[in-house]
Design a binder for this molecule. Structure first.
Ligand SMILES: Cc1cc2nc3c(=O)[nH]c(=O)nc-3n(C[C@H](O)[C@H](O)[C@H](O)COP(=O)(O)O)c2cc1C
Length: 171
């Protein structure tokens, strides 16, 4: 689909059809879109955990609202491989790398008719503890994906976007 149309039709899904599983072939395409995403210096520090067992989904739902999604992708980055900025002490591109990976997966899912919602309402430390992540793996966001249920609808604020004149400025 033409990209702007895809961007226009996407909305955050908050009513997944838990009983409708995602086909393995489609999940592979979604993960492939993340693999192809650019990352700083092409260091590819991302680590994507596919949460789909009952136990993993239950843990995720205790950490943040996952809206009954049949799959939650926990997107993390590896502190050992992430690009660090020599011109700015303490800065690394992990959140940005993870974001572009998650965004690529979000739009590939949308193109396949699979809805999604980006989730950050969790406590990183609790996520690490719950999934026993290694010390160097930092959780950035979750992307819950699945087919919409009958009650699916965009939130009333979904189309409430600021005009470009508010957010873009020429310098
Ligand atoms: C960084 C980020 C964090 C978000 N975290 C959550 C979240 O924890 N829970 C939730 O229900 N929605 C979350 N969202 C979804 C936003 O609320 C949603 O994208 C926004 O309201 C615009 O609505 P739309 O996606 O339907 O266009 C998050 C989105 C982003 C980009």
């Amino acid at each position: 689909m033409e990209f702007l149309k895809l961007a226009e039709q996407r909305y955050s899904e908050r009513a997944f059809d838990k009983a409708h599983p995602i086909e393995e072939e489609k999940l592979s395409k979604i993960l492939e879109a993340g693999r192809l995403a650019p990352t700083a210096c092409n260091f590819q520090p991302q680590k994507v955990y596919v949460l789909k067992s009952n136990d993993a989904l239950w843990k995720a739902a205790k950490l943040t609202h996952t809206y009954d999604a049949p799959i939650v992708l926990l997107v993390c980055y590896d502190l050992n491989t992430v690009w660090k900025n020599a011109r700015e002490e303490g800065y690394n591109a992990g959140e940005q790398d993870a974001s572009i990976v998650a965004t690529s997966m979000m739009f590939e899912a949308e193109d396949l008719g699979i809805h999604s919602i980006w989730l950050r309402g969790f406590n990183s430390k609790l996520v690490s503890e719950s999934f026993e992540l290694p010390e160097n793996i930092k959780p950035a966001m979750m992307l819950a994906i699945g087919y919409p249920s009958e009650s699916s609808a965009p939130s009333p604020r979904h189309s409430d976007r600021k005009p470009l004149t508010d957010t873009v400025e020429e310098l």
